[in-house]
Design a protein around this ligand. Structure first.
Ligand SMILES: *[C@@H]1O[C@H](CO)[C@@H](O)[C@H](O)[C@H]1NC(C)=O
Ligand SMILES: *[C@@H]1O[C@H](CO)[C@@H](O)[C@H](O)[C@H]1NC(C)=O
Ligand SMILES: *[C@@H]1O[C@H](CO)[C@@H](O)[C@H](O)[C@H]1NC(C)=O
Length: 513
């Protein structure tokens, strides 16, 4: 009887916890990913406080959104347009992004949302902090403000080296392409050389320089005695990573990195009624065209819009185009342009036969989940790397936006629609992915509740996490081996010389002189 009572109490304690979710990366698609995870936790009885840059007007029980600095749209567009599309070098991406992070951290600690959190009562208790560790980590100090509950790291980004540093996951640059490159997991000698350089550059520019600048901001916000970012990072119990071996390249993962790739994709909700009617009345299939939430409409020039509309006019399919710019062109009858579509639900529709995408990680995962082949138009950041991966898996054809002619654009669309291999390959991935004993969301919730129950799960750590690099890679052992071999070599040389001298004594030498 008492045992049952006890179980009821502990179960209750686990299933009604107070969770702080800190997600500083300003990206609407990442926000939706984090919100999806939050709402699943709310469904399981938890109370979620999500700290973000997005504004959410939807009112949901046990789900509170605290908005940090709201991003000025114009600033954001300028940042992306001018600097990233024009100069696609890895160093440019890296430095522009990291200086953006610096600005953002400065703004965040002055924001109303941040002040609101700092004004929570001293004894306010969060049972867990979920921290989106996608490069921006200057608010780690909030964890100690709330008396250091366990931390779980999450990231909607897929395979960035940053997500591996803190837990010391093996990082083989020989087959793990750096996420800003156009490399796949099959690299030539030169590509492996560059991949190594880029990864180490990232390790230094983010892992040391950006982190120490973010720590500076953290000291301003939380006081000079607040714990270092390194100490906080060491306290992260688990990583929930938007990675899946079926949707990505297979790689080794530590037991405390939990793959929950494709967590946001899932069974569709019904489409809006007007859209349902349009789709049902159209005699042909659907093509869905969307360049994501981060690319501004200006990324397509007037000429390119003209080409796109001409190509669509020549196709029998119904084209749904997510576009939030102003159009002065004549729009063909088979093209529906809207600022927003329920992407997951449209990709899930049985009539959808093609997705034209910028190759963001989240959208392409949804397309693979629902078995829709793609035309990829990558612009920057991880989009090139995602596009190459899809091309290698033969579920997409890459279209270079610098070659925006009618023939090229029409050609790639026809190739994916007419050649059955793309659909066949993507269907295979979709089936494999769906046939698993536990969905990505179930896995995520299981592990979050595991940490709520058992605390920091220190037992999952490998010793690598506390080793300096020289020890992890056995540099000291190699040094020892080299020294020993040299000593033995020296010894053998001496012995041989002595032997030679005994066998051929000196007189021989004297004869010569
Ligand atoms: C969540 O909301 C429900 C109903 O609004 C309430 O009964 C419950 O106590 C809440 N749980 C927490 C942890 O706040
Ligand atoms: C739920 O979270 C909100 C926002 O942080 C907080 O005000 C509220 O007190 C929490 N509810 C419980 C029951 O802890
Ligand atoms: C790390 O976690 C431990 C135990 O949960 C806690 O006592 C300590 O204060 C944490 N350290 C930091 C820097 O948050």
């Amino acid at each position: 009887m008492w045992a049952i009572f006890f179980i009821l109490i502990t179960k209750h304690a686990v299933f009604c916890s107070n969770i702080l979710f800190i997600a500083q990366l300003p990206s609407p698609s990442h926000y939706l990913w984090n919100k999806k995870l939050s709402l699943e936790l709310v469904k399981n009885g938890h109370n979620i406080t999500l700290v973000t840059h997005d504004v959410d007007k939807e009112i949901i029980n046990n789900f509170t959104v605290i908005t940090l600095e709201e991003l000025n749209e114009i600033e954001k567009n300028r940042f992306i347009m001018d600097d990233l599309v024009s100069d696609s070098s890895i160093f440019n991406y890296n430095s522009k992004f990291l200086s953006f992070v610096d600005e953002l951290c400065q703004l965040d600690i002055k924001s109303d949302g941040f002040k609101e959190l700092m004004n929570y009562p001293v004894d306010f208790k969060f049972d867990l902090v979920i921290f989106d560790i996608s490069n921006i980590i200057c608010l780690y100090g909030l964890v100690s403000k709330f008396n250091s509950p366990p931390i779980i790291g999450v990231s909607a980004l897929t395979l960035t080296p940053q997500t591996f540093y803190a837990l010391a996951n093996p990082l083989y640059t020989s087959y793990m392409p750096y996420y800003f490159t156009k490399f796949t997991n099959q690299m030539s000698l030169i590509e492996r050389l560059l991949n190594l350089v880029y990864t180490w550059y990232d390790f230094i520019s983010f892992g040391y320089l950006s982190k120490s600048r973010q720590e500076g901001v953290s000291k301003i916000a939380f006081g000079i005695n607040s714990p270092s970012i390194h100490e906080m990072e060491r306290n992260i119990s688990l990583f929930l990573l938007n990675y899946d071996p079926i949707l990505d390249y297979p790689i080794p993962l530590l037991p405390n990195i939990i793959p929950i790739g494709g967590l946001h994709a899932g069974a569709p909700k019904p489409l809006s009624q007007d859209l349902e009617i349009i789709i049902n009345n159209h005699p042909h299939d659907i093509i869905y065209f969307a360049l994501g939430t981060n690319l501004p409409p200006q990324v397509l020039s007037n000429n390119q819009v003209e080409v796109i509309l001409k190509v669509f006019a020549k196709l029998p399919q119904l084209v749904l185009w997510k576009y939030n710019g102003k159009l002065s062109n004549n729009v063909p009858e088979n093209v529906i342009i809207r600022k927003w579509f329920q992407q997951n639900d449209i990709l899930a529709h049985s009539k959808t036969k093609l997705f034209i995408t910028h190759c963001g990680a989240l959208g392409t995962q949804e397309a693979m989940y629902h078995g829709v082949p793609m035309v990829g138009i990558p612009y920057f950041f991880d989009q090139h790397s995602n596009a190459q991966k899809l091309a290698l898996k033969q579920v997409a054809v890459i279209f270079d936006h610098n070659d925006f002619t009618f023939e090229n654009f029409y050609g790639v669309i026809r190739e994916v629609l007419d050649n059955p291999k793309y659909k066949k390959n993507v269907d295979f991935i979709s089936q494999m992915y769906k046939r698993q004993p536990q969905s990505a969301m179930e896995r995520a919730v299981f592990w979050i509740e595991h940490v709520l129950r058992y605390g920091t799960v220190e037992y999952l750590n490998t010793p690598a996490r506390d080793m300096p690099l020289y020890k992890l890679y056995n540099f000291d052992v190699y040094l020892l081996l080299i020294c020993s071999f040299s000593l033995v070599g020296l010894f053998i040389k001496q012995i041989t010389l002595r032997l030679v001298r005994t066998v051929f004594p000196k007189p021989v030498k004297e004869k010569v002189t």
